[in-house]
Design a binder for this molecule. Sequence first.
Ligand code: BTN
Length: 352
Amino acid sequence: MATPAPMRIPAAKASTRQSKTAKAMSGLTDSRIDALLSLLSENSTIVISGAKIAREIHVSRGTVWRWVQKLRALGVEISGHPRTGYHIDRIPDVLAPKLVSRRLLNTQFWKHIYHFFKVESTNDVAMLLGDKGEAHGAVVLAEEQSSGRGRAGRSWVSERSAGIYCSILLRPDISPAHASLLTLLAGLAARDAVTDELESPPDIRWPNDLLVGGKKFCGILTEMRAETDRVRYAVVGIGINVNQTKMPTSIAGIATSLRMVSGRVHSRTDILVRLLRHINRYYNLFLANGSAPLIRRFAEVSSYFQGKRVKIRTATRTFEGVTSGLEPSGILRVIRDDGETELVLSGDVMEI
Ligand code: BTN
């Protein structure tokens, strides 16, 4: 048998990709800041000396002080100073890997969690990780995105420490034609994750916008690398508006946050952990039983599934009709006014 020739990557391309990856990863949160947060949280009932913290996380006392200042600037309530020691006033709502991963141990998402205080887009980082061969189940989280991306080339406003900005790398053995089911299942999971936070459960506007009182607070952007018959990897990016107190004027009429609806502050960490647990459950259900249970669940929870009069705007045209369920691949069926059935693969859906 002939020995296969080694794969050659053109030098210029490989180095461009490496430098892009290096640039994207340069803002990765230092794992010792993660350790500091975890240490303070585990010892939340006592004052812990700067010297002890420095010893445990292998940095100088000066660095501990600098990082404490940085965390305070992000809203983490830490009292004390280098001489007296430090005390965390309440468990911080930072999406720090150590704090999140220990609550995900029985899921496929606990092992590789990447956290950024600020990044351009968590989807961009997850795509780069996918290209580099990162394992299925990696999660990329950010406190803030400077170029958060939405569907159809729109942007996603990503205010610091107010929302959840999360991208998950998946390597399912499915064809690209079924990839939209990943978006569908993430939408179902996001709905389950936030339902207990609200007085009445949110609606899902096909394929994946979560709405409360007719305004959107969660969106999902799925991107993938695929061959004609096989997905190499998919990145499911989820944005949830959690604790924003107002929306930019340009989207104030159509967007909201959980806090703006409920009037109270919500724990981003709790919602994120529930989100990943529900994605884990729906993903396993999908692999074991195909799309039918997802579509049944969508029918139960989305007012857009059937009988809703809508306007559809695709990349090429706009038309009106009434929704009439989903195809097994997740495609939306719409019956036009002239009685013809349209199959909508992607596009914006508006209630009329
Ligand atoms: C949409 O409804 O238009 C999709 C919005 C998706 C936003 C999320 S936030 C995390 C991830 N990173 C991005 O740049 N976009 C997605």
